[in-house]
Structure formats: structure tokens, C-alpha cells
Design a protein around this ligand. Structure first.
Ligand SMILES: [Zn+2]
Length: 395
């Protein structure tokens, strides 16, 4: 059984800021640090110990963006379902501040939108090298005459401040991941707030990326197994669980003749067979998925002119769905009836063993047309840690 690895599937850029997880080495793509150097006094201990930031008169115009950028770092529980200890409050006393915020006209050609400097009062009065030393305070300066800043919207400027604050918290640039707040503007950052970063396929899962499905390949199958009832599902599925989807990895399978397949990584939140435990990460392979056109058409031998064109575009995707049933979504919980074969878990009966949340505590499935006239499960729910039939959910 694949156990949940602590360093595994999801790590937040946030975690580093909290400076709690230095001992847990994250996947390289999640975040980078300045050789693990940090703000000497920490980033605060939410609810008890606070750090302070100071908005200098020069940056008064940007107060709203600055305040909101800081809130985006502090208040993550509702937005990201992740609580950080980050605790900062504005101070009107410069001497108490660990983060001073300025705005200045540096001209359109200096090549930066904003800059963060690092100081350590115990070492020097001047700027220190953050790759060599930890720091005791920072200065952030927005370049008001940068070409890009002068064309930015309010939320984008808020994103610039959020990025610089991330540096103060100990995070270096993360330019390989445009969904990270620590990606620079110049490298195409497309978020204005801190995010939970999943280690692969960031673009596919970020709500702020404009993902365009330009080709649908619908699949239908001759079902070998028809599993209308709960009993039949249970009989065919040695591994049954409720799981929260943590990660999606779609790809074009060369073994399966160029069809799109997906590995879904679920964290078990309820186990209905005793071969699984809460917290296990289960990788479930299924046909169907969504891949960039570039990746898809690379596997097609004879491409039309239209295909060639699509293959060159960014953020355009080919989607392939089983009988029109949508792909499960990150962060939601599903009930899965699975088997294990050749090193992978599989949903039994294509997706007959996959139950979607209906938003009211029950789960339903998209069943194949073959089942439409037969006796079938309308819905299930979890009661007393057991699966119960319900008949009010139907798709
Ligand atoms: Zn930066």
C-alpha cells in the first residue's frame, strides 16, 4: 500500500513562509528559499505573537493593495483550506517595523517592478546577502514608473506586493511555475495571491489560467461489466474508499494507442475495506483526461493544418471524457470502487465505480446508457461509516 508521504503530493508555498517545515524538503517546483535563510524573528505566531509592517508616506497611495496583499498571506483558511501562522499588523511606528514599504519613481528602464532589500542589524547597517545570512528586517520598494506597473490593474499591483512580501518571508523566485505568487511578472505570473501549489500540472489546475478546450474526444465503450447494484459493485471492487482528490496527471498513453489517460491521486478520507487506511494516497488510473494540444498532437502521425496550428498554441487543450462524465476535480471528495491490477488501482467498470459529490452529502454516478433501463443505484451516502443507498440523486 502506498502510504502518504509527508513530503509528498501537496506542499504549499505557504508552508515555507511559516518557517515550520524546514526539516521537510519539498519538491523543487513548489518553492525555493534563499539557502534556507529566514527572517530571524519569524513571521509571527498567529493569534499570539505579531510582526509589524510600516507603510511609508511614499506608498500611501497603494495602501489598499498593500493591506490586501498582506491579508492574502494571513487569511488563507477559507480561501485555500490551509491555515498559516503568518501574523503581521500595520504599525505607525517605523522603529517597530520589520517590513518597510516604499514607492518611488525609478524610471521605466531599471528593469524591475519592485525590489526587496534585506538587512541584518546584528551584522551590518547596509544591505546583506540573503543567500548568506538571515535577516532582521526588509524594505520593499515599488517602482511606480516601471512600464508594467503603470499599466497594471489594482489586483495586479496587489500581486506585486504579495510577491515582495513572499521574499521577506523567505521565499525566492519560482519562475518555472506561473501559478506561484513567487513567479516574477516578467516570467508570466498569472496569480495575484499565494496559492497551494500542486507539484505537477500547475497550469491545468489553476483557476486563473484560461484553459480552452478546443477539441473534445468523447468515448463510449462496449461494457464487459455491468454493475447496476451496490452488491455487484462491492463484489467486483476489493478496494472501496472515499477520497479527496489531490492531484491530476493526464497524459497520452503510447501503450493504449494514443488515447488520453489520467492518474488521479486521492487521499483516503474514509475506508470501506480494511486494506486501506485514512491518509493513504491511492493512485487511480482511468481512461480519459485533458492534455495540452501540443502534447496530444505530438502523438498523431498525420495532422491536419488545423491540428498543426493548435499544436503550436499555449493553453489550448484536448479533452477526452467517458460517456460525457466530467473529470473529477481537485479538492473534492469522491467515492471509489476500485481494483488493483498491474501496479495500478482502477475504477471498476470504466467509471461505474466512481461516485461524484452532489453537494448535499450524497454521491451519484454517471452511468453508461446500457444501465439506463435496468435496476441501478441512484445514489449513495456514508452513514455510520457504511455506504447506504439513497434514491434522491440522479444524473
Ligand atoms: Zn521577486
Amino acid at each position: 500500500m502506498m502510504r502518504k508521504e509527508r513530503k509528498g503530493i501537496i506542499l504549499a508555498t505557504l508552508i515555507m513562509c511559516c518557517q515550520l517545515s524546514v526539516s521537510e524538503k519539498a519538491h523543487a517546483a513548489d518553492y525555493y528559499t534563499f539557502n534556507d535563510h529566514v527572517l530571524v524573528y519569524g513571521v509571527g505566531d498567529y493569534g499570539s505573537d505579531r510582526q509589524k509592517y510600516y507603510i511609508t508616506p511614499s506608498a500611501e497611495t497603494y495602501r489598499t493593495q498593500i493591506t490586501n496583499a498582506m491579508s492574502d498571506w494571513i487569511y488563507t483558511t477559507d480561501r485555500l483550506n490551509y491555515t498559516t501562522p503568518i501574523s503581521y499588523r500595520e504599525t505607525s511606528e517605523y522603529s517597530k517595523s520589520r517590513m518597510d514599504i516604499y514607492a518611488a519613481s525609478k524610471g521605466p528602464y531599471v528593469g524591475y517592478n519592485a525590489q526587496t532589500s534585506f538587512y541584518n542589524d546584528n551584522i551590518s547597517t547596509g544591505v546583506i546577502d540573503k543567500y548568506k545570512y538571515s535577516w532582521t528586517r526588509n524594505k520593499i520598494t515599488l517602482n511606480t514608473t516601471s512600464n508594467s506597473v503603470s499599466n497594471m490593474t489594482g489586483p495586479q499591483i496587489r500581486g506585486v506586493f504579495a510577491h515582495e512580501m513572499g521574499h521577506c518571508f523567505g521565499l525566492d523566485e519560482n519562475n518555472g511555475n506561473t501559478s506561484s505568487i513567487m513567479c516574477t511578472w516578467a516570467n508570466g505570473r498569472n496569480v495575484n495571491k499565494s496559492q497551494i501549489i500542486v507539484q505537477a500540472d500547475m497550469e491545468e489546475q489553476s483557476e486563473s489560467v484560461d484553459r480552452k478546450i478546443v477539441r473534445n474526444i468523447s468515448m463510449s465503450f462496449d461494457y464487459e461489466l455491468v454493475l447496476p447494484t451496490l452488491e455487484e459493485l462491492k463484489e467486483k471492487a476489493p478496494f472501496i474508499f472515499e477520497g479527496k482528490l489531490e492531484k491530476i496527471d493526464s497524459y497520452v498513453s503510447s501503450e493504449a494507442g494514443g488515447t488520453i489517460e489520467t492518474d488521479y491521486y486521492y487521499e483516503v478520507t474514509n475506508a470501506f475495506t480494511d486494506n486501506l487506511q485514512i491518509g493513504d494516497i491511492v493512485k487511480v488510473n482511468n481512461v480519459g483526461g485533458c492534455v495540452p494540444c501540443e502534447e496530444y498532437f505530438a502523438t498523431v502521425d498525420k495532422k491536419s493544418d488545423a491540428d498543426e496550428k493548435l499544436a503550436k498554441q499555449k493553453n489550448v487543450y484536448v479533452e477526452s471524457l467517458i460517456e460525457g462524465a466530467p473529470m473529477p476535480e481537485i479538492g473534492k471528495k469522491y467515492i471509489l470502487f476500485t481494483g488493483y491490477f498491474n501496479g495500478a488501482y482502477n475504477v471498476v467498470g470504466m467509471n461505474q465505480g466512481l461516485f461524484y459529490p452532489d453537494g448535499n452529502g450524497s454521491y451519484f454516478r454517471y452511468y453508461p446508457k446500457e444501465l439506463s433501463e435496468k435496476e441501478r443505484i441512484k445514489g449513495i451516502k456514508i452513514q455510520d461509516n457504511k455506504l447506504q443507498l439513497v434514491d434522491n440523486t440522479q444524473k
